[in-house]
Write a protein that binds this ligand. Structure first.
Ligand code: G3P
Ligand code: MG
Length: 254
């Protein structure tokens, strides 16, 4: 199959393979233990979910509520960082990870930079905090990655969060996350001055990938854990793939 013409796309500094929430399901998601395991499997880029504590500290957590993946309870965004920092974010997964703490964005930045690794920060606002989360995460990224060769890629399902990230730090690249590619999806991404869209993989096909490329947007997808599906998407010209399957879809084992 012919590859779509990518000559007009923005230069893309990111690797094709991206480990979901650090290391998918093999370690407690969004903890440093997960990133270390993902890196040990050869991944050079990671997706993770970022939200704010009540006192404005950006940290990693997927859910709004603490109970699934930590020893805490209640809405994470209603707790101060000094309360969140004591929680156990590893025991829920398995005994070897007992005591693993929640991860501040600042700590993650230090670890990624020390190891020359890249990241896709999904802005995952607590309910009702979209604009503030986008703004604070973008400002923190500007501060923490100043002078680095490659920015994190910011993404979000929240248009409001991406708008405020764009207003706060327009130079930090953005991608619009799309669970469904509804009419107007390309215009939505372009109006946010995104460099990419990140689509749920069943929504992607040759026509849609070609439309995005023709509009100057790269195309990433989540969350693909099947090697045949991954190969089919690469053949359509996909630019990046987020996976949980870090043990059998590792980049050094295509
Ligand atoms: O960023 C891609 C993917 O992580 C979006 O879905 O629910 O796993 O954060 P979710
Ligand atoms: Mg995510």
């Amino acid at each position: 199959m012919n590859q779509p013409d990518k000559a007009l796309l923005t230069p893309w500094p990111y690797p094709r393979w991206i480990a979901h929430r650090g290391a998918g399901k093999l370690a407690p998601e969004n903890t440093l233990a997960a990133f270390r395991l993902g890196a040990a499997h050869g991944f050079r880029m990671f997706e993770c979910d970022v939200k704010l504590s009540a006192d404005g500290e950006p940290f990693l957590l997927h859910d709004s509520d603490l109970s699934r993946t930590t020893s805490g309870q209640g809405v994470a965004g209603e707790k101060r960082w000094d309360e969140l920092s004591w929680l156990d974010a590893g025991s829920w997964h398995s005994p070897p990870y007992a005591g693993e703490p929640l991860l501040r964005l600042e700590t993650l930045a230090r670890w990624l930079q020390a190891n020359e690794l890249m990241v896709n920060l999904e802005i995952k606002p607590s309910p009702g905090h979209d604009a503030l989360t986008g703004e604070v995460v973008a400002r923190e990224v500007r501060r923490l990655w100043a002078g680095q060769a490659v920015w994190p890629l910011l993404s979000s399902f929240s248009v409001e969060a991406l708008k405020s990230a764009r207003d706060a730090a327009p130079e930090v690249p953005r991608a619009l996350l799309l669970e469904r590619l509804q009419p107007g999806w390309l215009d939505a991404a372009l109006s946010l001055a995104c460099v990419a869209v990140v689509g749920h993989h069943p929504e992607l096909n040759a026509e849609r990938i070609g439309q995005a490329h023709a509009a100057g947007l790269n195309v990433l997808t989540y969350t693909v854990n099947d090697s045949e599906r991954a190969q089919a998407l690469w053949a359509l010209g996909l630019d990046g793939l987020i996976t949980d399957a870090v043990d059998h879809l590792a980049p050094d084992r295509p």
